[in-house]
Design a protein around this ligand. Structure first.
Ligand SMILES: NC(=O)c1ccc[n+]([C@@H]2O[C@H](COP(=O)([O-])OP(=O)(O)OC[C@H]3O[C@@H](n4cnc5c(N)ncnc54)[C@H](OP(=O)(O)O)[C@@H]3O)[C@@H](O)[C@H]2O)c1
Length: 316
């Protein structure tokens, strides 16, 4: 039923439980919440991992557990006011990801346990492709089902739908090491991108104002680019020419995963529909792809320029 409740940010000591805090989205959220004065508890699989230790050193309370261990999830929710829920997906490949069935089951279980535990505000992160019926991509449709379930629950909940991460573009395998960049968009086609660092800032703003954001679904992105923009921005940042083209027909025919994503972009489902001007009000430091490439993305970009590799995008 997606309740709306009063603003509880007046007590700066309230605690938020962050799932996936050793990962991209959860890490960004944990950092932004700490900065905003919340107590942050992270649900981690291995408290001794370097990322967990870095969180603890930054002032985050660690609670050990795993999605499949329901008791560990329940324990971690004890005494928390808010929850940030993220699950890995099959889109990340078999090493990092979950199956679509696991993703859905864990996303739903976390939401149900949040209700059971009396949590005041649940923020679930989905994906921008969700929202106009099934996409045919397992790791998008799993998120649609989690969203649908959350909307039936008696809890103040907010859903964010992130656009494609800027971080994904500098993973090896898109040709940067060969002076080219191949991606989904046609040269003149627009696509929204999101800096992972901005996710935390949006989510912190949402936790700060449950009256405004309770019951809301918010598309989030940092910038809009075309293929041609990517060519110009990569060329500028590399100091040498980077030629842009869409994945070739040959690549798309051979790879059903990429083909489906490209079709979804052409249908407008993956292009992103965030209102970036409105989002700038929530996060005045919103990053452009240019500023990201010159700043927090610089290291990964330089590495990608010198590193051949294949992004494991063979899985559907
Ligand atoms: N890439 C994009 O452009 C994009 C855009 C929109 C949405 N998304 C969605 O974003 C999600 C991934 O988010 P992300 O990039 O932040 O993921 P990520 O960086 O891979 O982080 C995953 C986090 O989940 C934790 N984790 C993994 N398995 C777990 C388990 N069994 N129990 C408890 N914790 C577990 C990991 O902890 P450990 O440290 O223990 O491994 C890590 O903290 C996916 O669902 C994807 O579809 C991605």
């Amino acid at each position: 039923m997606f309740k709306h409740e009063g603003n509880f940010m007046s007590d700066s000591k309230l605690r938020i439980l962050v799932f996936g805090a050793t990962g991209q989205q959860g890490g960004s959220v944990a950092s932004a919440l700490l900065k905003a004065g919340w107590q942050v508890r992270a649900f981690v699989r291995d408290p001794a991992s370097s990322k967990s230790v870095a969180l603890r050193d930054a002032g985050v309370e660690l609670m050990q557990g795993a999605f499949a261990d329901v008791e560990s999830v329940r324990r971690a929710m004890n005494g928390v006011n808010g929850i940030f829920s993220v699950q890995p997906s099959s889109g990340q490949g078999p090493t990092l990801g979950l199956t679509d069935e696991e993703e859905e089951r864990y996303g739903i279980a976390i939401a149900d346990l949040a209700v059971e535990s009396g949590v005041k505000h649940l923020v679930y992160t989905s994906t921008g492709a969700v929202g106009a019926g099934p996409t045919g991509m397992g790791h998008f449709d799993s998120k649609a089902r989690i969203e649908d379930h959350i909307r039936t629950l008696p809890i103040t909940a907010s859903i964010v739908r992130p656009a494609a991460f800027m971080e994904m573009l500098v993973m090896p395998g898109f040709g940067l090491d060969e002076g080219r960049f191949n991606f989904f968009a046609r040269p003149d086609q627009q696509m929204q991108l999101l800096a992972v660092e901005d996710i935390g800032k949006f989510v912190a703003a949402i936790f700060a104002d449950p009256v405004r954001f309770g019951g809301k679904t918010l598309e989030i992105a940092s910038d809009t680019v075309t293929g041609r923009d990517l060519e110009a921005l990569f060329t500028e940042a590399a100091g040498r020419p980077i030629a842009y083209s869409r994945f070739s027909d040959e690549v798309l025919t051979a790879n059903p995963f990429l083909r489906k994503l490209t079709e979804l972009l052409d249908e407008g489902r993956l292009a992103g529909k965030a209102d970036i001007d409105a989002l700038r009000e929530l996060n005045p430091d919103l990053q452009s792809f240019r500023s990201w490439l010159a700043g927090s993305g610089r290291k990964a970009f330089i590495e990608a320029l010198g590193k051949a590799g294949a992004w494991d995008y063979g899985h559907a």
